[in-house]
Design a protein around this ligand. Sequence first.
Ligand code: ING
Length: 311
Amino acid sequence: MSRKLRAAVAQLGPIHLADSREAVVERLCALLREAHGAGAKFVVFPELALTTFFPRWWMTDQAKIDAYFESEMPNAATRPLFDLAKEYGIGFNLGYAELTQEKGEIRRYNTSILVDPAGHIVGRYRKIHLPGHSEHLPQAPFQHLEKRYFNVGNEGFKVWRMQDAVMGMCICNDRRWPETYRVMGLQGVEIISLGYNTPIENIHHREPEHLRMFHHLLSLQAGAYQNAAWVLAAAKCGAEDGFAMIGGSAIVAPTGEIAAQALSEEDELITTTLDLELGEYLRRTVFAFEKHRRTEHYGLITSRTGAKTEV
Ligand code: ING
């Protein structure tokens, strides 16, 4: 009996500094209504979906920085989204900046949550691969200060059973690292959902712009195929206060094929009916991990952080 889940990726166009959370949540609800109309029962929203991509701005006033964070979830601003999803019986992934206390210390994470169709938060992921830099780069056209504004995620790459599927999450830069997918693949993940904010310009090295989209899709397709999982990726894109980010939201099948891809850099919904058995033959043959992996030769992957040439 094949399990199927009708899923949607809800791409967001720009969120400008002047845009309120309430206005953004109205856009998220509009995308949710469209998803409902398309018969979707699971929707993926982008990374940091409630605000502009604030790590592009150099800030030193902690109160100003913390204004981009949520100290509870759901909260007054996001309650309409949770209520609408529950009314429709739709599960979703939502990315936001999480401010919390742990052992008496304030912690700030780039977080995404899995919310089930009954409106319960069943899973949480805190971004592990934080790209960019932590000091001000005054010569750069914009900053990328995730290493400054967020703590490294402390809960690993987990999976949760939701809507009759094994679901995992990652966020943006995580999708560029094969370890991300493999740790979830080794837990039998069937659907990996993620959001991203990817600037079109590389501030560290002059690079042809088309490579941003190429590397984005390459990472998703490789991760999906090599772990026989569906990968659903939602962009926040377009020019936020003039700073351009790529679109390219996509639904990638366990075969590595692109099942659906966004065409715009605006709010846009793409949908696919996920056949959760599609990856089964891959997990039984070419990626039967238990038959083919040789972990005795993989030690450097966890024992060595940076590359070292000893010849
Ligand atoms: N953004 C970018 C991403 O990984 C980046 C940063 C782009 C890093 C391109 C390296 C190359 O898509 C976030 N938010 O991680």
